[in-house]
Every structure is written in C-alpha cells, then in structure tokens.
Design a protein around this ligand. Structure first.
Ligand SMILES: C[S@@+](CC[C@H](N)C(=O)[O-])C[C@H]1O[C@@H](n2cnc3c(N)ncnc32)[C@H](O)[C@@H]1O
Length: 276
C-alpha cells in the first residue's frame, strides 16, 4: 500500500476497509425487513422511497442525465428518477457491487435480492396499480441505464477522465450512504462532495441520503467499516461551502426495533439541494 511520509493515507485505509465488502450480506442487513418492511410507514426503506418519489415529482427535476454516485449493490435510489431522465448512470467503487447491478440489468434471476417489492411500492406511490406496472417500471429502468461505471469520490475526476457525462455536467446527482461511509472526517467529506459536485451542471440538483451520527457499519460478516459520524449542521455547512443551496433536509430517527445490530446510526437524512 502506498505511503506518504511513512504513513498509509486515510483514503487508502478507507479503500482497504472496503475490500471484504459482501453485497449479499449488505443487502440482507439493510434491504430486508425490518428495514425494508413495506407494511410500515416508519420502516427506513419505504421512508427513503417516499423522499425520493417526492423529490423527483415536484416538477423542478428531470432532463437528460442522472448519475447515481456509489450505487453499491442497490437500485431503489433510481426507481423514481428513471421516469424523468433519459439516461441513468450507475457507479460504484467495487467490482462486486457493479457486478450485482449488471446482473439485475442482464440476468435478474441471478440477483442476490428480489427488487419486486421495491418496484411495487414505487409504482403505488406513482398511482400505477395495474398488473403490468412493475414490469413496465423494470423495463424503463433497464432501458435508461446506460452505464455502470467505476467511481472514486476522493478523486477530482470521480468517474475518470473519459466519463460519458456531458461537458456542462449531469442534470442531477443522487448519492445514498456513500460520502459519510467513505470519509474519516468533515474535511474529507467536504472534499468528496466537491469532487462529485464537479460532475453536476450549474443549476442541477443533488439528492443525498445518509446516516447521522453513525460511527461504523458492517459491510459483511466481520467487515467493520468506519464512518464519519456527520451531524445535520455539518451537512449544511459542507453543502454551503460547495455552492449548493439547500432546498430540503428531512431527518428520520432510527426506530429502535430497526437496530439490526449491523451499524450504530442515530438517524437517516434526506437532502435536496441545488447547485448555484
Ligand atoms: C454504505 S454503501 C452504500 C450503497 C448504496 N448506495 C445504498 O444506498 O445502500 C457505500 C458504498 O460506497 C462505495 N465506496 C467505497 N469507497 C468509495 C469511493 N472511494 N468512492 C465511491 N464509492 C465508494 C462502496 O463500494 C459502497 O457501495
């Protein structure tokens, strides 16, 4: 591992901590009940899906290119956005996560998680209750996802020098549980936000979902990943410093019975902001 002044850099230590990340376990911990219980209003995943649905249907977002930064092995975060953008680019740092996403696009029967209940829930939010609605939404998402790319939010060019983003930038970014989960402190978080902000056109929107006060999460059995336990005021200052105007910040305290023992999050936040 490379060293600066004899020390492994913070970015490299973080990258090393992700090497044992297990998409199957991560999906099991976070995307099955009780965290993904569609019969409960206070379950985390339905709450996130409602936040995203509202953000993408308010009339101020929608155009050509939506980029999801740090997708992980999940798709829920683009189920609303895929209806209002012509192109969706997914991205993750790890091969194993990009492979999981590609499986859903190409061989869904080999996926580690059945996304049908998630698709059903978003269709219901959209008022689409017909028997073909879920299949139509899945087809729409497969049609608009143009790439599943490697990304590194600690690089000034997170998608590399030859990314397919238009020169003026993407119209919208979504990024869930990524920046705080790959940063050790506020400075690193703010720099990572600046790096991904460079992918966005002026006047474009950013939607962020993440955890407040979380110091670690499990990325698999025995894979403990340190997290920067960011607070709401720090999120706001970081956005301001990077030229974003906050439109909405919502906080969902973690219901006690959804502490599944795989992280120590206090709450989940949702942010909608606009690049000036
Ligand atoms: C907590 S997971 C979030 C996954 C997904 N977005 C979700 O909502 O569940 C954090 C993700 O950050 C990715 N990651 C790790 N290092 C990264 C880096 N330097 N740049 C971008 N993403 C990174 C990991 O591979 C992992 O998929």
């Amino acid at each position: 591992m490379a060293e600066i002044d004899g020390k492994t850099t913070a970015v490299e230590r973080m990258a090393a901590s992700y090497q044992g990340f297990d998409p199957v376990a991560y999906l099991q911990y976070n995307y099955t009940p009780p965290r993904a219980d569609f019969t409960r209003e206070d379950s985390i995943v339905p709450w996130k899906l409602r936040c995203l649905h509202r953000a993408f249907t308010e009339g101020d977002i929608g155009s050509e290119v939506l980029v999801d930064v740090g997708s992980g092995p999940t798709l829920y975060q683009v189920l609303s956005g895929c209806e209002v953008f012509g192109k969706v680019i997914l991205s993750d740092f790890l091969d194993v996560n990009r492979a999981e996403l590609k499986r859903w696009l190409q061989n869904p029967e080999e996926c580690s998680l059945d996304w049908t209940p998630f698709l059903q829930y978003v269709c219901k939010l959209e008022g689409r209750v017909g028997s073909s609605a879920v299949a139509e939404k899945a087809a729409r998402l497969r049609a608009v996802v143009s790439d599943v790319l490697p990304v590194d939010v600690h690089s000034p060019q997170p998608l590399g020098p030859d990314s397919p983003i238009p020169p003026a930038g993407a119209d919208c970014l979504v990024s869930c549980f990524c920046l705080e989960s790959v940063s050790f402190d506020l400075d690193q978080f703010t720099k990572a936000l600046a790096n991904i902000g460079s992918l966005l056109r002026s006047g474009g929107h950013i939607l962020l979902i993440g955890t407040l006060g979380m110091k670690y999460y499990m990325g698999g059995s025995g894979v403990k990943i340190d997290v920067f336990p960011i607070e709401a005021s720090e999120l706001c200052s970081s956005l301001k410093e990077n030229g974003f105007k906050l439109i909405r910040l919502e906080v969902h305290p973690m219901p006690e019975d959804q502490d599944v023992g795989t992280d120590d999050a206090d709450a989940v936040f949702f942010i909608k902001a606009k690049k000036k």
